[in-house]
Design a protein around this ligand. Sequence first.
Ligand SMILES: *Cc1c(COP(=O)(O)O)cnc(C)c1O
Length: 376
Amino acid sequence: MRRHMRVPVARLQAQHERLRAELEAAFDRVLRAGSFVLGSEVEAFEQEFSRYCEVRETVAVNSGTDALILILRALDIGPGDRVAVPALTFAATAEAVCLTGAQPLVVDVEESTLTLDPGALERALRQTRIRAVIPVHLYGHPADLDSITAMAHAHGAYVIEDAAQAHGARWHGKRVGGLGVAGAFSFYPTKNLGSLGDGGAVATNDLSLARRLRQLRDHGQESKYYHTLLGMNSRLDGLQAAFLRVKLPHLEQWNARRRTLAQFYRRGLSGSRVVEPLSERYEAEAVYHQFVVRCPKREALRSFLAQRGIQTAVHYPIPVHLQPALSFLSQSVGSCPVAERAAREVLALPMYPELDDDEVRFVCETVRDFEAEAAR
Ligand SMILES: *Cc1c(COP(=O)(O)O)cnc(C)c1O
């Protein structure tokens, strides 16, 4: 059996080499057209992404973070408002809320998927009024939108999806991003659909919200130099849109490959006494932005894997409410126990479409070796 194999956590180079000719042609097309900010490539991408997400409108913006900020601002959420966010997510979810002047209400996650826990949300809503809730489809697995939406609507609050890790995922057969009032996507290079720089989008079925978002992303202009809203500069580049148009037709196949790899991992790790993969709920079709296992001996496992050449990652080592930048929220240790324990136990194994079957087998065998040594 092999004792060493280099398995990195990402392999973007391989994807880009395969698409090199098409990406270069896209670059040429934009250079010739000279349309660098918004323009026809962005409009074409917006239509193609809308079709993919099964929504009426896509508004392309500068990043996933801006997508969240713009949705909140378009809904007039700001100072004095509270917005519920899960305790385990990338900091941007809570950061976006703060940047509008509103205050995040950090809510615990559920054990099986580590997405926002409807029970914890219900308890929080007994004490606090919120304007919106932002479920995060963490690691590509949709949050429990049935319960979350029912609860939010009972309280007159909006559901804003953070779909930055979940392009193409489905809940009850429907694409995420279009299931709340609006969904935020990121095209950061390592996401399931990534540009060659920063990029993001809002998906929505609400046409007047889309109109407002288009205005807000471009300095609030209603027509040229006529500003009826205070907006910002959050426009997508023509180049990024052209690159994304090269990649989008492959996304379905890439996500299918991620799902196949996830099955290999589940089979290879089943019955393990040291690692436990997160679950996939029957209502969900996850797109495995990450394949995450829980392991109480995480740091030991992590260095064991690293010695054999296998890179891993931790998303995220510190829950949102315990980040120094958010200490003003005064949500103390113990307020989100599930997320706090998960932050100590989660480990993301290599997961990307370019990963091959042998590599997954090697990762699983190496976890088994760790298990055997730990038992000794
Ligand atoms: C990546 C990410 C974001 C932010 O997207 P950017 O494009 O990097 O601004 C927001 N939320 C989640 C859950 C993310 O993973």
